[in-house]
Unconditional design. Structure first.
Length: 450
């Protein structure tokens, strides 16, 4: 699990090291960092830096000790502005929000934001090109740790807003322009697996509107306490999806599939420890997960990842990681699964806490960005040298991830111990700008070409 403390002071040493400005510099790195250089930490982060972490470059388990290094979240220093890639500008779009997390943009341009801890969905409205919202309303409240938001049907005239609570899926009738819910929520899925452990639930619909997908993170870090499967391993495996876990982890560390009305639940994909961000590529229709992997195996294990998620695929948790690398904590427990583990597309620095994910479908950015992904990295707690705390660009070529990712927004870390921003949500605004939420100081940032 990812944890944070929320101390609120700014040291003199931090003030001395504030950012020089919004631009990340005029250079761009053409060759990716590979091998040991690709792991790095926050000090090496800079817009334009590209990394390629390959499965063959992973260290052995326990190559470094597991470290608890919880960030000290401080108030955003006056004038602090994140750094962005050359050719872009960044502006403070909204502040004073209550832990803004996942964001989704309605077809008319309204921006819906989950304020998870407050149990609210907030909506902001801004004219195209505006750097501030001119409408700010609470759309719905009294929800149970809401995170995922989706509009249905997925075209230009949705009739419903779906919200993924930590324990259920509900929906509100919707007409374009609604700033407040028109009725009480209707229950679509009465109960999702919940309790202790990872609490975020994201939700998306397939491009053909036939399938509702919901991500459910694991209860524990690494399959602790699962015990033996009821009826024995062979019986369990015969009756459940490939790699399906049991006990307290039943239907967890999974992506679940439903009809849009919540019926016909089944397991879509397994072994994904915590798919915090779900997204569907607008052109290819591929389903993607932005995933937090497990802790406690050292600074550079296990990589977080962004990947296409295939129907029926198994991604390893808890018995394997990044293909058929066996987890030493579960040695030989599931030798039957060796060789059946899907390898993720894009490996990210371990413990980055990859969260919200969006694909660029606007027209404001240069054409080479169209179809690429942007993923928020909430930031590490289980690493000796801090990593994450940034927005990365996930590169695709002809609709397929290349495995590389590029630092796009950095500058949320102030020192080895202090940070002011923890990115969570990413969304493409109606005018093509990129919006980024961070829950450390309750702000949203707007990135657009200069």
């Amino acid at each position: 699990m990812r944890r944070s403390n929320r101390g609120l002071h700014v040291s003199a040493t931090v003030m001395a090291g504030l950012f020089a400005g919004a631009s990340g510099g005029a250079w761009a790195q053409s060759d990716p960092l590979v091998g040991a250089a690709a792991f790095g930490d926050w000090r090496a982060d800079k817009p334009g830096v590209v990394r390629l972490i390959r499965p063959q470059d992973l260290p052995r388990p326990g190559a470094t000790p597991s470290t608890a290094n919880t960030p000290h979240v401080v108030r955003r220093p006056a004038g602090a502005i994140p750094k962005v890639a050359a050719g872009f500008k960044i502006e403070l779009f909204a502040s004073g929000l209550s832990g803004p997390r996942q964001m989704r943009v309605a077809p008319n341009g309204d921006i819906f934001i989950a304020e998870t801890r407050a149990g609210k969905i907030r909506v902001l409205r801004a004219a195209d090109g505006a750097s501030k919202a001119d409408e700010d309303q609470v759309y719905a409240s009294s929800l149970n740790r809401p995170f995922g938001i989706a509009f249905f049907p997925t075209g230009n005239n949705p009739q419903w807003i779906y919200v993924a609570n930590t324990d259920s899926i509900v929906r509100f009738p919707y007409r374009s322009g609604d700033l407040r819910a028109a009725a009480r929520p209707e229950i679509v899925v009465a109960e999702l697996p919940h309790g202790y452990g990872h609490s975020t639930r994201d939700i998306v619909f397939s491009n053909d509107d036939k399938r509702m997908l919901v991500s459910v993170g694991s209860a524990g870090n690494d399959g602790e306490g699962m015990g033996s499967p009821p009826g024995g391993l062979q019986s369990w495996s015969d009756k459940h999806a490939l790699g399906a876990s049991w006990g307290d982890e039943t239907d967890r560390a999974d992506v679940l599939a439903f009809d849009p009305d919540g019926k016909n639940q089944r397991v879509f994909a397994t072994g994904i420890r915590n798919c915090v961000g779900l997204a569907v590529h607008p052109q290819t229709g591929d389903v993607y997960c932005s995933t937090n992997e497990r802790d406690g195996m050292g600074d550079n294990l296990v990589p977080d990842y962004v990947t296409r998620v295939r129907d029926g695929a198994f991604y390893g948790w808890p018995w394997f990681y990044i293909g058929s690398n066996e987890n030493p904590r579960h040695a030989t427990a599931r030798s039957d699964l060796k060789g059946k583990v899907s390898v993720p597309d894009v490996l990210i620095q371990s413990h980055s806490a990859s969260m919200g994910l969006a694909f660029y479908n606007g027209n404001a950015f240069p054409t080479e960005y169209r179809g690429d992904g942007f993923a928020a990295q909430h930031g590490s707690w289980n690493r000796s040298r801090r990593t994450g705390y940034k927005i990365i660009r996930v590169r695709l070529r002809d609709g397929v991830p290349t495995g590389e990712y590029e630092d796009f927004v950095t500058g949320f870390v102030l020192s080895d111990s202090e940070v002011w921003g923890r990115p969570v949500g990413v969304a493409v605004a109606h005018d093509g700008a990129l919006l980024v939420s961070e829950d450390g100081n309750g702000t949203i940032w707007r990135i657009a070409p200069e």
